[in-house]
Design a protein around this ligand. Structure first.
Ligand code: FE2
Ligand code: FE2
Length: 158
């Protein structure tokens, strides 16, 4: 949260809450989910989680409803638009730029250069597929928490 807070307070990033992204989720919901889960894996794998959180929060920084408007071939182009917008929000490290630029790989041909970029790319794909399949699972300790909650509800009859 310490890493994310300054970006979440930025008006351009906050504007993402006005755009639908995947099935009932806003784009802000999506980037926060990707940042949180990428942080978890980045931390576990001892990677640069500051770059991961910042890159993930900015990876879909574009301002149109991609299902109904925006450029043709959105899937192949929005990473460039997001990168251009992200540069207006904050100075970016090379790693953060790579995270944003390569997050659509392998749809875009050049592979991620850093493990941090690969993590965000994989988590973004996972979150997107999960949203469309409506899977409720988590790849983090969240699983344990939700199982624990279910057991507790069974025991207490709630
Ligand atoms: Fe994207
Ligand atoms: Fe995304």
């Amino acid at each position: 949260m310490q890493i994310a807070a300054p970006l979440l307070e930025n008006p351009m990033v906050a504007r993402l809450s006005q755009y639908p992204h995947h099935r009932g989720k806003t784009r802000l919901d999506h980037v926060k989910e990707v940042a949180e889960l990428s942080f978890y894996w980045g931390n576990r794998l001892s990677l640069d989680y500051t770059a991961i959180v910042r890159g993930a929060l900015l990876h879909d920084l574009f301002f149109y409803d991609w299902l109904h408007e925006g450029p043709r071939l959105h899937g192949f182009r929005h990473h460039t638009i997001a990168l251009r917008n992200a540069r207006k929000v904050t100075p970016l490290s090379k790693k953060e730029e790579d995270i944003i630029k390569k997050h659509m790989w392998p749809l875009t041909p050049i592979p991620p250069r850093y493990p941090e970029s690969l993590i965000v790319c994989l988590v973004d794909t996972y979150c997107s597929i999960r949203d469309y399949l409506n899977i409720k699972g988590e790849l983090t300790h969240g699983t344990k928490i939700s199982v624990k909650n279910k057991i507790s509800r069974r025991i207490h009859g709630r």
